[in-house]
Design a protein around this ligand. Structure first.
Ligand code: NAI
Ligand code: OAA
Length: 329
């Protein structure tokens, strides 16, 4: 194995998603079974000791691909030479807390981290923001990194995508690998729109196979969109293993590509496609190839979908305006 190790920075490394994520990165699930990694763990000072404990466990796994672990509370050091950055550390939503309340609490974290990425990351940096509100946190980071191409900043809607695939497969009594071309539009929030009108199940149109608009509007969409809150209610803590799994999927697909004939969902800087306001970070259907993504073009958007996409995009515009007023972008 002669490859140069890839530097992977993880913020919030001592948190619950961090604990579910780091072992999978170190064992090769993020980038591939032949890609060695250096881990750079960023925590707040109070989190450093717990991160050190996790690092001890990582050592104890004797992962052949794990070359080096750095633990720090200094963002400039954590992002120095970073090729992949997973921005997980944030203030998680707790029961009853609205997403809007999180903007102020998280805004101060993602500006300085964006600047540290701008000043210190490697030229090929790829950033995934997981910490909520993920789309707007990603926007804050991206706007604070003017020297980094905007398309290197993404927000995670892959968990929503995977949830939608699983719910649709259950409804139709098929396995998840028979579901293709699922799309999540908009914000990683309760307004997100999981769209099955272009999805395929065993090669057939999913919406036609379901043929039940009441189920779509009253069960499928709310179940997917409010799954995060349902998990918090049931577990007393937010999704961790499934969120870590989605982060792995997101980066793996970005780096290694989507399968022929399929696509995935990623929160990316809008170029105005599908009438989504330019510049906000919104989820789109994308294909990935050679480490780059492209929005799937030419999909017909029916009235049902249009109203829901517009509602979620409207929320993202409000969030953008709010962080603009706070001087965060
Ligand atoms: N986009 C998505 O689909 C999902 C997003 N999330 C979000 O992911 C985030 C993390 O969730 P958990 O790991 O469960 O939370 P957690 O509270 O267990 O861990 C967060 C960690 O981040 C650290 N942290 C806080 N500020 C930091 C900073 N400035 N720099 C570095 N580290 C910092 C904390 O010390 C803590 O260890 C939350 O915002 C949560 O809402 C969770 C599930 C899905
Ligand atoms: O709201 C949260 O903290 C958890 C979350 O994003 C999700 O599970 O989708």
């Amino acid at each position: 194995m002669t490859r140069t190790p890839v530097n992977v920075t993880v913020t919030g490394a001592a948190g619950q998603i961090g604990y579910a994520l780091l072992f999978r990165i170190a064992s090769g699930h993020l980038l591939g079974a032949d890609v060695p990694v250096n881990l750079r763990l960023l925590e707040i000072p109070q989190g450093v000791k717990a991160a050190e404990g996790t690092a001890m466990e990582l050592d104890d796994c004797a992962f052949p691909l794990l070359r080096d672990i750095t633990i720090t509370d200094d963002a400039n050091k954590a992002f120095d030479g970073a090729n992949v950055a997973l921005l997980v550390g944030a203030r998680p939503r707790t029961a009853g807390m609205e997403r809007g309340d999180l903007l102020q609490a998280n805004g101060g974290i993602f500006g300085p981290q964006g600047k540290a990425i701008n000043d210190h990351a490697a030229d090929d940096i790829k950033v995934l923001v997981v910490g909520n509100p993920a789309n707007t946190n990603a926007l804050i980071a991206q706007r604070n990194a003017p020297d980094v191409p905007a398309d290197r900043f993404t927000a995670m809607t892959r968990l929503d995508h995977n949830r939608a695939v699983a719910q649709l497969a259950k409804k139709l009594g098929v396995t998840v690998n028979e579901v293709k071309r699922m799309t999540i539009w908009g914000n990683h929030s309760a307004t997100q729109y999981p769209d099955i009108f272009h999805a395929e199940v065993a090669g057939k149109n999913a919406a036609a196979e379901v043929n039940d608009e009441k189920w779509l509007a009253e069960e499928f969409i709310p179940t997917v969109a409010k799954r995060g809150a349902a998990i918090i209610d049931a577990r007393g803590a937010s999704s961790a293993a499934s969120a870590a799994n989605a982060a792995i999927d997101h980066v793996h697909t970005w780096v290694n590509g989507t399968a022929e004939g399929d696509w995935t969902s990623m929160g990316i800087v809008s170029d105005g496609s599908y009438g989504v306001a330019e510049g906000i970070i919104s989820s789109f259907p994308v294909t990935c190839k050679d480490g780059k993504f492209e929005i799937v073009q030419g999909l017909e958007i029916n009235e049902f979908s249009r109203a829901r996409i517009d509602a979620s995009v409207g929320e993202l515009i409000e969030e953008r305006d709010a962080v603009q007023e706070l001087g965060l972008i």
